[in-house]
Design a protein around this ligand. Sequence first.
Ligand SMILES: [Zn+2]
Length: 378
Amino acid sequence: MALLAGRLFDEGDAGFSKNSSNMILVKLHGRERLIRGMKSTIKAISTGILATMLHPRVLKLFYRGPLTILMYHGVIDSPMIMPDPCMIDINVFRSQLRYLKKHFEVVSLTRAVELMEHDAITEPTAVITFDDGYQNNYDLAYPVLCEERLPATIFLSTLFTDTDISIWTGVLQNAFTLTPKMHLEWRGQRFDLSTLEEKKKSLSAVRSSLKDGPHQSLMDEVENIVTELSEGDPISLDAESPYRMLNSASIEKLAKSDLIELGGHTHSHCILSRLPSSTQEVEIRKSLELVESFTGQPCRLFAYPNGKKCDYDEESLSILRENGVKAALTTESGCYAPGTPMLELMRIGVDAEASMSSFKLSLFDIQGRIKGLFANKA
Ligand SMILES: [Zn+2]
C-alpha cells in the first residue's frame, strides 16, 4: 500500500491527467493528500495532548501516590545482543534519575518506612530499588546514584556472591542468546531459535512455563535446557556479562556507602510459595544473615523473588515477621496507599525498553489509575 501510494504521488506529480485513468489518479492523489493532512493533524493533536498529559503538574493531579517504589534490576553501558527489559541503558537510567529528582522527594526505603508508619508523606515521594544484586549495580548504577546523590536499596540473592553462576533467568537468557541451535525441543514442543526475534519469543514462553514448577525441578530443567542449547560446549557467563552477580568486595563498598541499603532476596532466588515452610525459612534467614554479615546491622528489608501475590504465602509473611523484617516488596504493580501491609508493598517495575514518556506515566502510576477507573465501572 505504501509502495502503491508512493507511485500514485509520483505519477500525479508528473503532470495533469489526459484520460480517465489519469483522472482517477488525480482523485486518488487528492484523497491521499487529505489522508496525509488528517494524519498529521491527528498526530499534532495527540502530541499536544501527550505533552499536556506529561506535564508534571498534570501528572501530579492524577497521582494517587503518595509513594512510588521503583524496581530496577541491572544497568548496561553497551547494547545486548538480545535485549532484556530488566537491563537498562546507563544514559536512560541517568535521565530517569534526573527526572525523578526534579519531581519527587527521593528517600531511602528505611526512611520511607518511617514516613509510612507515621502517615507523614506529604509530597510525591519515591524510593529506588534494585533486585537480585548484579555486579553492574556497583560498576554502573552506583556511580550515577553518587553523581545525583540519590539513595537506593539493593536486594541480594546471596548464594551467587563471588561465583561464576547467576540467577536462572540470566543463565537462560545467556544460553538462548549464544546458542548455535536453530530450535529447541522441550516438553513435546518445538521452539524456534532461528532469529533473535524468535529466540526472544521462545525464551519468554519457556521462562513462563518454568515458573509454574517447584524450585528444584525448575533448576533441573534449566540445567537440561542449557546443556541442550550449548551442544556440549558449556555456555558460561563472560566477565562482562550483565548477569554477573556482585562480588563481596563490591558489596562491602556498597554496605559502607551512606546512599545504599542492602536487603534480602532469598539465598538462591527461589519462588517461596513453591517451597515447604522449613526450606522457606532457610532461604529467607540465610539471605538476611549474609546481608547482616556485610552491613554489621540487622537486615530489616526484603524483596520476594518473582514477587507476585502467588509467589509468597502466609508462611513467608510469618517467617519475615519472626526475623524482624519491617518492609517486604512485591512485584505487584502500584503505588503505596495508606493501609497497604508493610510486608506486601507494591512497586513500579521499570521496563528498560520503555520510552521516557512511558516512564513518566508509570512513575505517577497513570496506567494503574486508568485500570482502577475501569475496574470500578465493571
Ligand atoms: Zn529477583
